[in-house]
Write a protein that binds this ligand. Structure first.
Ligand SMILES: [Zn+2]
Length: 107
């Protein structure tokens, strides 16, 4: 599909851009850029994910000022599904979120 009033240079630049996008997609498919690129492991179940919740879950965590990085499903277990914890999860303390910065282009 050629556009009218498009110079030779514009046309070449447009073709080059399309080529680059296609090449990037191909690389991803071939595993040159793995699907889990930039992901981190949950400290409780070791599953690699794009989003981790930083929190403390036990007396030891508080004593050692140790933070866990947990995935969504582990977070539900340690917090009871409440951001600030509930009565059954007295040692739970929320400390922030970690997101995979390489997933900005995720659809
Ligand atoms: Zn987990």
């Amino acid at each position: 599909m050629a556009l009218r009033n498009e110079s030779k240079e514009d046309r070449a630049a447009r073709k080059q851009a399309v080529k680059e996008v296609k090449a990037a997609k191909k690389e991803r498919k071939q595993g040159i850029i793995p699907e889990d690129y930039g992901q981190k492991e949950c400290t409780l179940c070791q599953k690699k994910v794009d989003l981790l919740i930083r929190c403390q879950t036990s007396e030891e965590d508080h004593a050692q000022e140790r933070w866990q990085m947990v995935c969504g499903s582990c977070w539900n277990k340690v917090s009871g599904g409440v951001v600030d914890g509930d009565d059954k999860h007295q040692h739970y303390r929320y400390g922030g979120l970690w997101k995979n910065q390489h997933k900005k282009d995720a659809r």
